[in-house]
Design a protein around this ligand. Structure first.
Ligand SMILES: [Cu+2]
Length: 276
């Protein structure tokens, strides 16, 4: 009995875990990070809906199989039926799955278009992938730019996450539509932030677009998501979402601080991790 209770609790925690979201990155977390953008809210609810459908279909198939095994075993069904076709049954088991697929396709395509259509943007951020760090430009705020390089283990300060913290964070205002232009300087990288439901390839010579509208202040993390070389796992993305006033104050500071390195310099490519 105790084992059964333990198992039931485990299953319940799994079920709860799939929809429970985690505000911050934490050990042993289940499911997605908490959604902080309209795209991720929609992805999460689409995922939850799909999960319910999947559980329903799997349960139905399981019940049918158990029924068939018991009812039509050699012992229980000595005289097997010689039926080989049943028109109505065949119509039903063809149309029902088609209808289910259509029911999935409609919200799926709607979500794809929602992600792909950039709304009227309040500001633009440009992210450029390099081996192996990201650099950022703020074309609407005086076009200053900076590099964001991973903080090595031995320089981590209290509260900074290993392999995720960068020396300069991307600061963005909440409740503003941010258009992000993504490109790369050397090889293909990918700019991805799970809590915002965005991931787009950074391709040299091309500019890809995505959009964000962060609804909760906080620090969010992402990683390069296209295998780009030796230190692919060491070029994290760190975004600080702040109020509009704080953002404006940061812009004034950043304009002065980063004015000197307006052109992202290749010379800082040595991030202390390689001997190059
Ligand atoms: Cu990369």
């Amino acid at each position: 009995m105790r084992t059964f209770l333990g198992f039931a609790t485990f299953v319940a925690s799994l079920v709860a875990g799939t929809s429970a979201a985690f505000a911050q990155l934490e050990d042993w977390a289940w499911g997605f990070q908490e959604a902080v953008s309209p795209i991720m809210h929609d992805i999460s609810s689409f995922y939850d809906g799909l999960l319910i459908m999947m559980v329903g279909i799997s349960a139905l198939v399981l019940v049918l199989m158990i029924y068939i095994v018991l009812r039509f075993s050699r012992r229980a069904n000595k005289e097997p039926s010689r039926t080989s076709h049943n028109t109505w049954l065949e119509i039903i088991w063809t149309t029902v799955p088609v209808l289910i697929l259509i029911a999935i396709a409609i919200p799926s395509l709607r979500l794809l278009y929602f992600e792909e259509t950039i709304p009227e943007a309040d500001m633009t951020l440009k992210a450029v992938g390099h081996q192996w760090y990201w650099s950022y430009e703020y074309p609407d705020h005086g076009n200053f730019g900076f590099d964001a390089i991973m903080v090595p283990d031995d320089e981590l300060k209290e509260g900074e996450l290993r392999l995720l913290a960068t020396d300069n964070a991307v600061v963005l205002p909440v409740d503003k539509v941010v258009r992000v232009l993504v490109t790369a300087q050397d090889v293909i990288h990918s700019w991805a932030v799970p809590a915002m439901g965005v991931k787009t390839d950074a391709v040299p010579g091309r500019i890809n677009e995505l959009w964000l509208k962060i609804d909760t202040p906080g620090t969010y993390y992402g990683q390069c998501s296209e295998l780009c070389g030796e230190l692919h796992g060491f070029m994290p993305i760190m975004i600080k979402a702040v109020s509009d006033e704080e953002f404006q104050a940061w812009v004034t500071e950043a304009q002065a601080e980063f004015a000197a390195n307006n052109a992202p310099a290749i010379s800082v490519a040595n991030n202390g991790l390689t001997g190059q």
